[in-house]
Design a protein around this ligand. Structure first.
Ligand code: ADP
Ligand code: ASP
Ligand code: MG
Length: 613
């Protein structure tokens, strides 16, 4: 007998018939000898409908009232599903988030879970009832009790958090697709189902746009070792297991906010190669990295900054032993990258920096918390460490610094984030955690597991930021103060001296809804902080590949860039982490970019998926 938490998404409870079908599945699971907590979403597109209603009354509805409104959707479903279960003769009881005691921060519309009371849940479970809980909602008890919501798609997070709090045997997420696929089947019908995927990979995929799981749900599963599976509510197929290494024991207090950073990592064996002023046109990155991979040079971080005028800078890091080879290949290819029609003398200049180190903070808890990266930059600034390159992923921020400053940087970061020296790295792979581990033996996966598209981002570029310690800290500190989460951050390689001060550009992406206000706020402080223009581009798309198997595999980046070049898709920005590569392209080319990359990595299957309406 197991204690199972099941979650059913909107489409799965979209009609009376669907609710009855869910009740049948729940009933069968109980009859097989299990205890069940069922978390449900609002029916079908109810939440979208409620948002639309609010927008008809106000262009900027009050966030408290929005939570009051949106939380009603789930309340309808819990009552109906409980009735459907009772009709089958199965004792059941519905509960709102507040009734359970899902206690959250007082932050309306994006509250994080602090803890979950288990007394009432356990009492009903022990009495043989199925407890049907409203997903996506909680209650804040700071001061007066308020209804909060966790952010769109948050029912997944409710379910996994309840599973963690109850120490359930596993958590099943039932949805309208058979599991986690190599990409969104609505965009590529030939997407293939995966049997399993690691939490680290899924965290990246989810936060890069794969809507199938709320990233915070994956974060909780990873931090608390909750065995998690995504399945279709239409079939009995096994679905996709999201696997994780056994975590260190963690307190259930401050569940979602306890520790944003798990590890401080560093690598002093790095060197940087930059290619300055290459033409901004399709195919340049493909040629460079194509040649680099043919020479079997494995690159680590790749960064391409936003173009200035009509040229780009591309930089990458390699380990010191292969620097000579990387430099030689880059120098050899540079002439071919100059614009053939009108070559200028300073085009495609190769710049090599030997003594650099990469320092990173890693941890799933930094998702959607802009203050964490800002704190890293502030800590480095206080320690007098200048940041040369920044590369971010949802679960990691890496900065390239002078090797001589590495120790100082690492010590400062360890004390700021309270990390003991020699702690386990966040990315470490361990035993795969599923209810029946023997089912899943660790195997070496293909380099690229999945491809994701994010059409909800905007890009901001700040021109001519003074290149001195503390600038990134000020900039991202300001954004954090305004609760604006930054996604990709890229600092230009090119340094120009203006008014006697060396300056660089910095570009980053934010959610599209934050674009205008971020621009306004940053423009207001431009004179004071000494930068020039702030440029906003809302018509961008970000396409990303994810896979733990790309570590140490030269050629993965080249293949992605080549696929884009072949279809005349220009890459505006590139950012990588160990297990992902993201490219920003023009918005209207986003879907095409996703499709050609998915095909280039041979991820398409022979079967076509049809997602139920
Ligand atoms: P639910 O209402 O059940 O929570 P969602 O709409 O939130 O369902 O998530 C399921 C949808 O996620 C699918 O219908 C699919 O279009 C989309 N999706 C995006 N990327 C992926 C992926 N890699 N694998 C599976 N589904 C994906
Ligand atoms: N109903 C909420 C939404 O549509 C939460 C969820 O379904 O996960 O975002
Ligand atoms: Mg969902």
């Amino acid at each position: 007998m197991a204690l199972i938490v099941q979650k059913y998404g909107g489409t799965s409870v979209g009609s009376v018939e669907r609710i009855q079908a869910v009740a049948q599945r729940v009933y069968k699971t109980v009859k097989a000898g299990n205890s069940l907590v069922v978390v449900v979403s609002a029916m079908g597109k109810t939440t979208d409908g409620l948002v639309k209603l609010a927008n008809e009354i106000s262009s900027n509805p009050n966030r408290r009232e929005m939570d009051m409104l949106l939380s009603t959707g789930e309340q309808v479903t819990i009552a109906l599903l409980s009735m459907a279960l009772q009709e089958l003769g199965q004792p059941a009881i519905s509960m709102t988030g507040a009734q359970v005691g899902i206690v959250t921060e007082a932050e309306h519309s994006r509250a994080r879970i602090l803890h979950i009371e288990t007394t009432r849940l356990t009492r009903y479970i022990n009495a043989g009832k199925v407890v049907v809980v409203a997903g996506f909602q909680g209650t804040s008890n700071a001061g007066e009790m308020e209804i909060t919501t966790l952010g769109r798609g948050g029912s997944d997070t409710s379910a996994v958090a309840i599973a963690a709090a109850l120490q359930a045997n596993f958590c099943e997420i039932y949805t309208d697709v058979p599991g986690i696929l190599t990409t969104d089947p609505r965009l590529v019908a030939e997407a293939q189902l995966m049997d399993d995927i690691t939490c680290d990979e899924m965290l990246e995929l989810a936060s890069l746009g794969a809507k199938v799981l709320h990233p915070r749900a994956v974060e909780i599963a990873r931090n608390y070792g909750v065995p998690l599976v995504v399945r279709s509510s239409w079939t009995d197929a096994p679905g996709t297991w999201v696997t994780s290494a056994k975590p260190q024991g963690r307190s259930l207090i401050n569940l979602e906010i306890a520790r944003p950073v798990d590890a401080v990592e560093f690598d002093t064996d790095q060197a940087k190669v930059a290619l300055l002023r290459v033409p901004d046109k399709p195919g340049v990155a493909a040629r460079l990295f194509g040649e680099i991979s043919r020479q079997k040079v494995d690159v680590d971080l790749i960064i391409q900054s936003v173009h200035e005028g009509n040229s780009n800078d591309i930089a990458f890091t390699v380990t010191t032993p292969i620097l000579k080879r990387a430099e030689a290949v880059t120098a050899a290819i540079a002439p071919a990258l100059r614009s053939q029609s009108n070559p200028k003398s300073d085009e495609a200049e190769v710049m090599v920096e030997h003594n650099i180190a990469k320092v990173s903070i890693a941890g799933a808890g930094m998702i959607g918390r802009p203050g964490v990266a800002a704190k890293m930059f502030a800590t480095l600034a206080e320690a007098g460490v200048n940041i040369q390159m920044i590369s971010t992923s949802e679960v990691k921020v890496s900065c390239v610094v002078d090797a001589a400053e590495c120790d100082r940087a690492v010590n400062a970061l360890r004390s700021a984030f309270e990390i003991e020296a020699g702690g386990q790295g966040a990315g470490s792979r361990g035993e795969l955690l599923t209810p029946n581990s023997s089912l899943l033996t660790p195997h070496s996966p293909p380099p690229v597991r999945g491809v994701a598209l994010d059409l909800n981002q905007a890009r901001l570029a700040i021109r001519q930021l003074p290149d001195q310690p503390g600038m990134a800290a000020k900039l991202f500190g300001l954004l954090a103060q305004h609760n604006i989460s930054v996604d990709m951050i890229i600092q230009s390689q090119r340094c120009r001296v203006i008014d006697g001060i060396p300056r660089r550009d910095i570009a980053f992406t934010v959610s599209r809804i934050d674009g205008e206000s971020a621009k306004k706020m940053l423009t207001q402080v431009a004179a004071e902080l000494g930068w020039s223009e702030v440029v906003l581009d809302s018509a961008i798309a970000k396409v990303s590949i994810v896979g733990a198997g790309m570590v140490g595999q030269p050629g993965v980046a080249a293949k992605m860039f080549e696929a884009l070049a072949e279809h005349q898709i220009n890459i505006q920005m590139i950012a990588t982490s160990e297990i992902k590569i993201s490219c920003v392209v023009a918005q209207e080319q986003g879907v095409k970019a996703l499709q050609v990359i998915h095909a280039a990595f041979g991820l398409a299957g022979s079967e076509k998926f049809v997602v139920p309406a």
